[in-house]
Design a protein around this ligand. Structure first.
Ligand code: OOG
Ligand code: MG
Length: 272
């Protein structure tokens, strides 16, 4: 497992290829269609190239008037890395229109093959940035934490990808739901929070928040360091998801999912 910030942000694609790959990802996301991994056509793609596509997609959508609410870290637990066969954490952007209300029905028609994850989300009261951001910096900047379900949806066939491809696909971001209750970070033991993910009333995955890099704030610090490499930082008010604690669970229409977090309450959602 490689939990150090990915520093190889070298880019090899020319701007026209970045735009062509951004078109491809945008079409797959908007049309909910599965596409081959980008590395099939561009085998030399690097992590930096993946981020170049992701940031081009973000820029395009912000120009269209979509609003960014924050970022997410992904592949921050061993369960997720083993499930996906990728051993480097990634980041992705979160837009306000990807949020869905707790207890609502999330339609699957506009998704390829959704999966759910349980995550601890952070909301910042002060800005965070820099290549040396630490767990302590994250905790000092955190207003409150809330429990969240992330609905991920890889746009790659069979939900199989490699690092540059998944990064270009915005780290499989699709939807997210918050619920339960918000607590200040020092009001709970953030590293030993138990979580049980239930599908249709049955426990299907369980774990403890320490599975995320020993402490979820460590994953947020890593995200800040990766963003620093990309020339970004987190403004005050940012919403940040720290990564799935357990492996992700596939969902289909009719499924009811509830993530029960120790101390933070539960988040439930239905799929239609
Ligand atoms: C990549 C996104 C991972 C997480 O919480 O680990 C992620 C994927 O597994 O498709 O969001
Ligand atoms: Mg996630």
């Amino acid at each position: 497992m490689n939990l150090t910030p990915a520093t190889d942000m070298r880019t090899t694609l020319d701007p026209a290829d970045v735009q062509a790959l951004t078109d491809r990802i945008e079409a797959a996301q908007k049309g909910a269609t599965a596409i081959p991994k980008l590395t099939e056509d561009f085998p030399g793609m690097t992590l930096g190239d993946g981020y170049a596509v992701q940031l081009a997609l973000l820029e395009r959508w912000l120009k269209e008037g979509r609003r960014q609410i924050g970022w997410k870290a992904g592949l921050t637990s061993q369960a997720k890395m083993i499930q996906m066969g990728v051993d480097v954490p990634t980041v992705g952007f979160l837009l306000a229109d990807m949020a869905r209300p707790e207890s609502s029905v999330i339609t699957t028609e506009d998704l390829v093959h959704p999966r759910v994850e349980c995550e601890v989300a952070f909301v910042l009261k002060t800005a965070l940035g820099g290549r040396d951001c630490s767990r302590a910096d994250v905790l000092a900047a955190t207003d409150f934490v809330v429990p969240a379900i992330e609905v991920i949806d890889s746009r790659f066939s069979g939900f199989r990808f490699d690092l540059p491809s998944v990064v270009a696909d915005n780290s499989s971001s699709a939807r997210y739901v918050t619920g339960g209750r918000a607590l200040e970070p020092d009001a709970l033991a953030l590293d030993t929070l138990g979580v049980v993910l239930e599908k249709n009333g049955e426990p299907v995955a369980m774990g403890a928040s320490a599975a995320v890099m020993g402490h979820p704030a460590e994953a947020v610090a890593l995200l800040v360091r990766v963003l620093a490499e990309l020339g970004h930082e987190l403004p005050a008010g940012s919403f940040v998801m720290s990564g799935g604690i357990t492996e992700a669970i596939a969902v289909k229409p009719g499924d009811f999912v509830c993530a029960r977090f120790q101390d933070l309450g539960s988040v439930a959602v239905r799929f239609g």
